[in-house]
Design a binder for this molecule. Sequence first.
Ligand code: BES
Ligand code: MN
Ligand code: MN
Length: 462
Amino acid sequence: MKDIKNYIQQNKDRFINELVELLKIPSVSADSAYSQDVIDTSEAVKQSLTKAGCDKVEICETDGYPIVYGEKIIDPNSPTVLVYGHYDVQPPDPMELWTSPPFEPVIKKTDIHPEGAIFARGACDDKGQMFMHVKAVEYMISNNCLPCNVKFMIEGEEEVGSVNLKNFVENNAAKLKNDVILISDTGMISNQQPSITTGLRGLSYVEVEVKGPNRDLHSGLYGGAVANPINILSKMIASLHDENNRITIPGFYDKVEELSLEERTEMAKAPFDIEDYKKALDLKDVYGEAGYVTNERNAIRPTLDVNGIWGGYTGEGAKTVIPSKAFAKISMRLVPNQDWEEITELFTKHFTNIAPAAVTVKVTPHHGGQGYVTPIDSIGYKAANMAYTETFGIPAIPVRSGGSIPIVSLFEKELKSKTILMGFGLDSDAIHSPNEHFGIFNYLKGIETIPLFYKYFVELSK
Ligand code: BES
Ligand code: MN
Ligand code: MN
């Protein structure tokens, strides 16, 4: 595998150009205005797998966007790696905050990426990271050093909850049979300190509606005499946290896994500077649950956040009105052992209970998924760590992430194999934000590290 470095040097420009082409297609799964683009992207991913040397590359139709499947079976008795990724992206809004258009990729240098980074929606999450696997497999096939079987399953609905992938996995367990699942859709600590994600949070996402009078009212004629749904909704939302920033929904913490002091001490060893953290976000102080530090609050503790809130008059100038309705989108990040459907029920019950009789409340669940933790003594984890150690010169640190890839827990349940989360993104890459980018260093380091994972995974499996 020595020549992977040479191969990257020789093909670097092509690797970048091919990713740039993929990033030009606006595959926004949340917005139906882009539906043809999402479909076009699945076709582009299919072609890239064929070009990489996969056999049996197919578009698998679902009730939503297609899943792209491809495989290269070298020997049915060899281990099989299943690569998962997603080709859909988040909406680019707010457009005016992008320094270059989200679907016209450009390479710019930044303090953290002196070698340049590709700026585009999906650059890091997840087209860039998914494409590293396509290029790594292209290298292994064309240089005759693919040491085991590989299967790809690239979906187009991750950013909207992977609703149809669930069925696909349940119905295709034999086709997807594997010894380890490999995903690059997370991050690492820094370009000097690799890390392997050992945990993901679960998610429960709901929308709430608070209804007062049957029409918008003059706030002079009716103000003070009827409930204002926005006032009430604000009060209800505020009551969901207590003075210690703990969530007040009865039963919410019942199943939360409490980490031992040893585990928390181990976690605290990961390099982290709170002053840098505040500076990067222009914050005077951090905020969160009492009794936990920042890296615990955002990884091993559950949360409740309002993602959007609206109602009434928000146009220019002033309008005196008591709106008939107020709305909010609320997400709860969950930790292992919390069941997302149970939490959704607890939320619904509580939110309905705390509403005064002067309003009616409707709670509509969106999507969700369970959290995930993976042990660090598995063959897959060890192989990943050996690969990072070789390409970065130092071992990777295990880190639990606060983000969610809800389908990962389902993979373990249905396919009975462990997932290894080899992420190459950085927190500063602005995923889901304006000016998302992915470092050229990270992209090429990923392509270099992935083949070593295969090599060590096969060696350790013997
Ligand atoms: N790739 C992210 C998740 C992620 C990013 C995990 C960084 C860890 C580190 C994924 O595409 C994502 O955005 N997931 C959503 C959930 C999904 C159901 C919309 C999330 O975490 O908000
Ligand atoms: Mn992602
Ligand atoms: Mn995402």
